[in-house]
Each structure stands twice: as structure tokens, then as C-alpha cells.
Design a protein around this ligand. Sequence first.
Ligand code: ADP
Length: 668
Amino acid sequence: MGNLPSKKNPLITDKLEIYKNMFENSKDIILLFDINGNLIDGNLAALKSYGYSKSELLQKNISHIRIKTESLTFKKQFQLAANSKEGVEFHTFHVRKDGSNFPVEVKSVALTINSEKIIFSVIRDISKRLISESELRILASIVEYSDDAIISKNLNGILTSWNNGAKILYGYTKEEIIGKSLSVLIPPKNSDELNVILDKIKLGEKIDHYETTRLRKDGKEVFVSISVSPIRDIYGNICGASTIARDITETIKKGKELREKYDELSAVYEELIATEEELRTNYEQLEESKAAADKANIAKTQFLANMSHEIRTPLNGIIGTIDLLNLTNLTNEQLEYITMLKSSSNILLHTINSILDISKIEAGKYEVVTKPFDLKVIIDRIIKELSLACSKNGLLFKYNVDSSLQFNLLGDSLKLNQILTNLISNAIKFTQNGYISFNASKTSQIGNKIGIKFSVEDSGIGIKDTFKNQIFKKFVQQDSSYTKTYQGTGLGLAISKELAKMMDGDIWFESKSGEGSTFYFSIELDIDTSDITSANSLVAADVISPDNFKNTILVVEDNEINMKIVSSMIKKLGYNFITAGNGMDAINLLKNNDVKLILMDVQMPILNGYDTTKIIRNNSSNENIPIVAMTAYSMVGDRELFLENGMTDYIGKPFEFDKLKELLSKYL
Ligand code: ADP
């Protein structure tokens, strides 16, 4: 200690050593100032706290280490310290060498040494104490303003603290409740709860989220979830308990509602399960019924195919005979009767074909056959037919074919033809006055694919609004009384719609009753980029060559009438022909005759048409002879079956003179 006087007395010297040690090693900062506030000495704690070396510290004045406060200047402090025996005690902030400051508690006392006054200050860093005090204040305010009720009680159940949350939950103010027993909050039915809780607490146990009810000041019960923990004194002994209580009335209410909802849903679920079971049973029954219906449908289709065969064979005879009669010399009266006969037969044939088509569609046996074809041939035929019909019926005929439309296309020309034929025959059938107009236009082209829209417009009877949504249904006609006026089965549009669907096309219409109708048919088709000429061409050469007689045709047919009709027609056309009653005879005849074309029945005794064709094809000299099947089984798709079996083409019975003519000129 720099300026402190020392005496030579050894006891004093020892004491001085002790004081010096105490001074140096004190945890508190100890500073000595002269009357002007200049530092005279400072201990190790001072050097450590302010960050100065000893020599630096001794250069300093109180003004360097204390933040400036107007309230207590050093002079004032000095005077206060000098005037009071106990000295002065105050809080302030001291500044470190690096400029930072820290809170201190200062105790200063004035001493007179060798008639000089000095100030002796013991300074304690109280930053840690301040922090924990402020933490405590924060915690206290958290507790006070928590939404949960936080209370404490002693081991007798007497309430010792009460926060704002408790006031809100139970309705009592702090002043009203502190000092009272917790039992005021416990409903009589739970009265033993207090002792149970206190017993657990005394054992040092905690209670977590215990759900119970409590009594509010207004007498109402509230549902609460409480957690209770023991409180220990500074010696570790349990002296009370703290309780956190949360109002769960809403949660309980929600839970109750949810449970009710759950029960309701469970009931609905049970009902659904029962319904599902019922549905499953119904479904199984339906499946069984469907299987039975499918079976019946297959049987129906088969029956129709058989029936049609049975009806077509005599019909072939009738139509063929009519055609033959037509070629003889007839009186005008006979010609009139023949025309009526032909018309009725054609209607009958059309009806059989429609019934066959719809049952085949229903049985899913109708297939789309994509092949190269010439659309121009179809359009030409339609224009020809329409213009003929219009001039016959005194109607105006208009048509327009888009010049940008490509004609060499890939698609199912037979189905396309069938749809357009149906639309134009309806237009002809239902129009007495005015006009019919036919249009074909290209609607799109993406790469090789083109969109085509056909429309057939007429100024006929039109379609009533009430009938519009029926029109594509099977067997429906606008008015049953019409059936007397307009012939038909009510199947044409149903078949057309299905055929269009199969080809990813569409059919629709616009119509006003009494004013007319426009039917549209749209389809997308690929352009045929190959050079193959149309196999489905509907055009046949009109001119018959005088060389026809040089070509011999072999007709293989077991039915005598049919044979007679076919042979008469061939004769009329000027071709040579030989006949065989079954396949075996045909094979024998082929050995000795130069046959250019074979017309072959399919169903025959001894050797049928398929097997005969196979044998003929296996003979190298006959493998290229065109073989045309003649059959009454003419459902779409049959053609493919015949071709697969080595036949070149097929002609459906009953065939007409013109059809045969067309076919023969195609192959000969
Ligand atoms: P069908 O012509 O054999 O009766 P469709 O299925 O082709 O059968 O037509 C069903 C019905 O739709 C017809 O009977 C007719 O009432 C009505 N219909 C079809 N096309 C026309 C049209 N162009 N004008 C007026 N009515 C039509």
C-alpha cells in the first residue's frame, strides 16, 4: 500500500502484512482516493475489473472510472463520506478501460491519515445480482399475467399466492382468497380431493394434468386440468404446493360434441356398411342377371343370324327372279307389278340388314376395318342418288364438296358409306317439298390426319323438340302414325350413331319442326400415302367387254333356284359358265376347264366352300383364280373371314343384277 505509513513494531508489521493481504485479495474492488479524487491505490480486483495495469490505474481520477452523474459529484460524495461516521453507500456505474460499464454498489468512508484526508471505497460488481433480480421480476409478471390459474398453498391447504389467471378462472380477487383454505374451490362431491392432493405433495410427488371440477365464486362449476408440484424451503423441506389450473370447459364441450358427432358418424357408417352389403348382394344378383342377359343376347344374335339366313335365301330367289323377269319382255302393267315387288323386297332386305346390324353391334361383334379407299367414289354415288331422287320427287338439289378435301384415305369405307346412305335416305324420305343439300368439307389437317364434316340438309317435316332426345334410340320414330306414311324401322340413326362412335366420329343434328333438318357427321381419317388402288372401290366399269364370252365362270351352288338365278344373270351378261352342285364336283371340273373366276357358295353338302377353296389354293395351277364367296351370311366382318380363308372377295345374297355385273367386270 503505497502511501500508508509503517511503524517498526513487529506486531504492527505483522498486522500490516495481514491488512495488505486482505486488501490485495479482497473479492471486492478497493480504491483509495485523495481529496481531489485522484487514485492513490487499488487492489487486484480493481485491476481485473477495470482492465488497467497498476501504473495506469494510479494515473486515473474518479472521473475516469465512474460514469458522469449529476446527482452525486465526487465532491459531494467526499463531503458525505467525511461528515458521516458510517460513510456513504450508493449505486452507480463504473467504466472499464475498454469503455464498457457495469453496475456497482459503492461504500465510501473518509479517513484522516497523517492529517491528510483520503477516501476509502469498497466497490462490489452487482451486475449478476441485477440480472437475477430482473429475471425474478420477469418471472413474477409472467406468473401474474398468465392465462392459467397459478396459485400456491401451504401444507394445510391454506392459499398463499393467487395470480390474475386464478382471479379470471375462479372469480375471487387475491385479497378475498389468500389465507383461506383451498377447500372453498372444491365442490362438495370432490371434498376428499384436497387431502389426497396434500398427501401426495407431502410425499414429494407431482400431479400432472389431473382433470376435475372446481367451484367458482358465482357457484358455477368449471372443468379444469390441474398440475400440482411441491414447493421446498431453502433447506429443501416441503413447505407447500404450487398449482397450475387450466379451464377445459370448452375442450370438454368440444370433446362431447365430437363424441356425439362420432356416434352419429358411426351410426351412418353402420348404415353404409349395411347398404354396401345390400348393394353387393344386388350387384351379385345384377351380375347374374347380366350374365343371363348376355347369354340371351348371344342367343338372340345367333337366332337373328340364322333367321336372316333362312329369310335371305328365299329372298335371294325372289329378288333374283324379279331381276330376271325385268329382263324379259313385259307389258306396262307387269312392269308396274314387278317394280312394286322389287320395292317391297328391297324394304324387307333393308329391314333384315338393320336388325342384323344392331344385334351385331349390341353383341360387340362389329369391328372397324381400316383400309385404303376412295372417298370420291362414295361422294359421287351419293350425289348421283340424291340428284336422281330429288328430280324424281320434284325437289331442288344442291351440293358442295370442299376442293381442298383429299379423297385417297384410310378408313372403314363400308361403315362411312352406311352412315351417309342412312342420312340421305332419311332426307329423301322426310322431304316432300323444297330442297335437299349435301356438303362435304375439310375441317382440319394435322400432318396426315384430316377432319371431314358431312352435312345433309333438307326442308322436310323437321323434328319436334319433344322428340329430339329420342332420335338416336333404337326402334323410335317421331310419330307412330308416321310409320304408315314413312317406312322404316327406327334403327337407321341408332346404327349410324354406333358406327360413328366406333370410328371416333360423331353424328348430331339441328332441326325445326315443319321447317327442315340438318344432320351432321364428322370423322377424322388418315390420308393414304401408298399407291395401292382402292380395294373397296364401289365403282365398277360400266361397259361390258364383247370378249366376255371368252371367260369361263365356274358357279358352285347347291340350291337349285339360286343356281338358276345366278346362271341366268351370267348368261345375260354374256359370260361363259359351268356349274357344280358341291365342292367336290367343282374341283373335278377345274381339272379340265380353263376357269377365270369361281363364284362359290359357302354352305354346301359333301365339301363346303371353305374346304373347297383350300384344296383349290393348294393346287399350284389354280392358286391365282379369283374365288368370290356367295353367301346369305352377310354381316359386316364376314368379308374378312372369307379373305382369311383364301377367297378373293364376297357377294352377299340376295345379290342384284347390277351388283353381279359390277363384280364380274371387276375380276374379268
Ligand atoms: P327410320 O328412318 O328407319 O325410321 P332412323 O333411325 O333413321 O329410322 O330415324 C328415326 C326417326 O327419326 C325417323 O323415323 C324420323 O321420325 C326421324 N328422322 C330421321 N331423319 C329425319 C329427317 N331428315 N327429317 C325428319 N325426321 C327425321
